[in-house]
Design a protein around this ligand. Structure first.
Ligand code: 13P
Ligand code: SF4
Length: 301
């Protein structure tokens, strides 16, 4: 039996489903039952009936699936895959901003640890942040941890006052304006599709800004055939699947998230065999972190 057949057999035997983010390698996306962006994956976690969820993504995503779905076993395909941005803000900073701004709403990008979520008022992802921030009753927003996403949201919700944090995604930050301009020169008829974790000067020269799913949907709906992609390269797999006749160009070969790329078919197979690397969270922490995550799902409806 080959590796793929073995994965399929074990999924049945272990009553498991495989969830994957668009940034994992194409071969892993291919064997996943569901592939999505951060929002789609957390929403989906609340609807699954299988006993075991094998998560192909970084730690905060597996934690969110577990928090929203406490009775399920969530198993990380690689439990060392972690998003550096998730650790860039600390509780002391949140508490300091709260004490200086009693009416502030702490808006937490899901790329954060469960502990940080438990000290926040609402979570957001890149596909629902604007809608949620608009819907909040608070005038003052402390947006953690991603500085670029926070600034992008603030341009779309100018009626509110923002306090920003200085977190960032090293993968999106590495996509610089000069390289995008060079790619535009090489492909003059291509549209630039960009994730809002990129820096402002890149957003400024983009034709469309959105989450990974929104970038995919935009390319599917577009009448154009050529696109420059300013996000992690894994997205190009799904773009190619859905648009076999269109062309997608990365800006540089470095648009790779080393943590997302830790997940391989071998590790998925091992996770199914052993069900090791289960996400475990203290009950008190999980129920506190569930409040902002569930509020996100409610406000994003
Ligand atoms: P989305 O899945 O919301 O597009 O976020 C991208 C990301 O960086 C996930 O780590
Ligand atoms: Fe974190 Fe960036 Fe990797 Fe997403 S792409 S997991 S934000 S480091």
């Amino acid at each position: 039996m080959n590796q793929i057949e073995e994965i399929k057999r074990l999924k049945e035997e272990k009553d498991a489903v495989i969830l994957a983010h668009y940034y994992v390698e194409g071969k892993v996306q291919e064997i996943a039952d569901y592939v999505g962006d951060s929002y789609a994956l957390s929403k989906l976690a609340t609807t699954l009936s299988a006993k075991n969820i094998i998560f192909c993504g970084v730690k905060f995503m597996g934690e969110s699936a577990k928090i929203l779905n406490a009775q399920k076993n969530v198993v990380m395909a690689d439990d060392s895959a972690d998003c550096p941005m998730a650790h860039m803000v600390d509780i002391e900073t949140i508490e300091k901003v709260r004490s200086e701004n009693p009416d502030v709403c702490v808006v937490c990008y899901v790329n954060s640890t469960a502990e940080i979520k438990s000290h926040s008022d609402v979570c957001v992802t890149s596909s629902n942040a604007i809608r949620i921030v608009k819907a909040l009753p608070n005038q003052k927003i402390f947006f953690i941890p991603d500085n670029n996403l926070g600034h992008y949201v603030s341009t779309k919700v100018p009626e509110k006052d923002f306090i920003f944090h200085d977190g960032f995604c090293h993968v999106h930050k590495s996509i610089n304006k000069e390289s995008v301009l060079a790619a535009k020169k090489e492909h003059p008829d291509a549209l630039v599709l960009t994730h809002p974790e990129c820096t402002f000067d890149v957003l400024e020269i983009s034709d469309f800004i959105g989450s990974t799913s929104e970038i995919i949907d935009y390319a599917v709906a577009s009448e154009k055939n050529n696109f420059i992609i300013c996000t992690e390269m894994g997205v190009i797999y799904e773009l190619g699947q859905k648009n076999p006749d269109k062309k997608f160009y990365p800006v540089s070969p470095n648009q790779l998230c080393p943590d997302m790329k830790r997940i391989t078919l071998d590790k998925v197979l091992t996770a199914l065999k052993t069900l090791d690397h289960e996400v475990t969270l203290d009950d008190g922490l999980a129920s506190k972190a569930n409040i902002p995550l569930s509020r996100m799902l409610e406000l994003a409806k």
